[in-house]
Write a protein that binds this ligand. Structure first.
Ligand code: MF3
Ligand code: CO
Length: 251
């Protein structure tokens, strides 16, 4: 079941995502060599509380923290730890969500600590750009697969690969709603985008193989070949004048 949202609901979701982006900004500004990922998680929790929101990921299917931090070959769902310190050159993916007034916000971005290697900077730029290219297809009358194909072809033409085991999703009163939003063309299930749909578009892009593994902790997803990975995500509403990037737009 795909839930279409009213303008009022989209306004609340815009606010929820403003909070998410504010927290990502705050975490990013603390992302310096030597800080532990646990300390970053605590910063995210503190700002969430101050904003009157609730962390969305904490205890979600048993996830043990609020922020997901995935470093270098980490793709998604990295668990913050007081034993993991951020270091110069790290590729750090930050994924965060909140619940606010009954609605969810969800966004992610990847940052480099310090200068970074050339290929990692390119990975990050291509992944970020692929998100915007996908968002551009988020128009009433087009299909989910139009978003998927646009992301995949941009990523592949730049020599990288898209992760297939994890996908974007509808979002609203639940963190994950229908439909799924793959970052690659998948025959079969497809949906026509309608006014009022809200979807989280979230390309996960690898420097090498698209294959991933899940660590023994049951959460941490890493690339199979150990090469680096990046992740960008926005929650996007399908509206009359085109896609609205929630949390960014003045609505
Ligand atoms: N941001 C992730 C997503 O988009 C959610 C993390 S899953 C959790 O689906 F379990 F860690 F919360
Ligand atoms: Co998401």
């Amino acid at each position: 079941m795909i839930y279409l949202k009213t303008k009022d609901e989209i306004n609340i979701m815009n606010k929820a995502n403003e909070i998410v982006l504010k927290i990502l900004d705050e975490v990013e500004s603390n992302l310096k060599e030597g800080i532990t990922t646990k300390e970053l998680d605590t910063i995210a929790e503190n700002v969430t509380e101050k904003e009157g929101a609730v962390p969305a990921f904490k205890n979600y299917y048993g996830y043990p923290a609020s922020l997901c931090i995935s470093i270098n070959d980490g793709v998604v769902h990295g668990i913050p730890s007081d034993k993991v310190m951020v270091k110069e050159g790290d590729v750090v993916s930050l994924d965060f969500g909140v619940q606010f007034k009954g609605y969810y916000g969800d966004a992610a971005r990847t940052c480099i600590v310090g200068k970074g290697r050339e290929i990692d900077l390119r990975l990050i730029n291509v992944t970020k750009e692929s998100l915007y290219i996908g968002i551009d297809r988020a128009q009433a009358g087009l299909k989910i697969s139009d978003i998927s194909k646009a992301i995949e072809s941009y990523v592949v033409s730049n020599g990288f690969s898209v992760v297939k085991d994890y996908v974007g999703h509808g979002i609203g009163r639940s963190l994950h709603e229908e439909p799924q939003v793959p970052n690659y063309y998948l025959r079969g299930n497809d949906y026509i985008l309608k006014l009022g749909m809200v979807i989280a578009i979230e390309p996960m892009v690898n420097e090498g193989t698209s294959d991933v593994i899940v660590e023994k902790d049951g959460w941490t997803v890493r690339t199979k070949d150990g090469k680096n990975s990046a992740h960008f995500e926005y929650s996007v509403a399908i509206a009359e004048d085109g896609p609205i990037i929630l949390g960014v737009a003045e609505i």
